[in-house]
Design a protein around this ligand. Structure first.
Ligand code: 5GP
Length: 187
């Protein structure tokens, strides 16, 4: 089988498209620690449920959870994805729903990236209807220029350029999630 992910000294090539280094693992880890400290402070004495959006958020969620000192629980849901495309289809639907009982609980919705904002808007509304004590949002990345809808984001790791990124859980057609650093499309 042909390798679809090829690492070079200064870039990675996925499915013949070149991505350049953007955020290193050290920079990411430092920011995740800062977000965890904010959540520790904001939810002191509470036991929030971290709700990860599969698949992309699983690495950020795992690092964020281990950086928290307050007690917390975890659950996951899954939305329709980009598939093999690099542009949002503009449509969102749920592929896997929550298992946890969230009534009366503090929820932190954990996303890898907010692009158009449609997924986050959809999930905030959906979880809000389940009568939780609160719904907060944490996203590692935010493509600010791509978000045209009003959206409340509580914890944002990095505001980034409006270009496709891979690594640290984020894929290009399922490839590249395992990269420890984040790379951006070299246009
Ligand atoms: P939105 O609904 O905000 O347009 O898109 C959110 C989802 O699209 C993210 O959870 C992620 O799965 C995917 N996505 C958006 N931008 C990127 C990107 O630059 N790279 C990757 N790998 N996925 C992205």
């Amino acid at each position: 089988m042909q390798p679809t992910l090829v690492s070079h000294a200064d870039s990675v090539v996925i499915n013949n498209e070149r991505f350049r280094p953007y955020l290193t693992r050290d920079v990411i880890a430092a920011r995740v620690a800062e977000i965890a400290a904010d959540i520790d402070r904001d939810l002191e004495g509470e036991v929030p449920i971290l709700v990860g959006v599969l698949n992309g958020a699983f690495i950020f969620l795992a690092d964020l959870m281990r950086a928290l000192t307050i007690e917390c629980e975890v659950d996951f849901l899954k939305l329709s994805s980009y598939g093999a495309a690099k542009i949002s289809s503009g449509r969102v639907h749920e592929l896997k729903s929550l298992d946890a009982e969230v009534t009366g609980r503090h929820i932190i919705l954990v996303e890898d990236i907010v692009d158009t904002g449609l997924s986050m808007q959809f999930l905030q509304k959906k979880l809000g209807e389940m009568n939780p004590a609160s719904v907060r949002t944490a996203t590692l990345l935010h493509k600010v220029d791509a978000t045209r809808i009003p959206l409340d984001l509580d914890y944002v790791g990095f505001e980034i350029d409006n270009l496709f990124v891979v690594g640290y859980g984020l894929d290009y057609a399922q490839v590249g999630r395992q990269l420890a650093d984040i790379y951006i499309l070299d246009d």
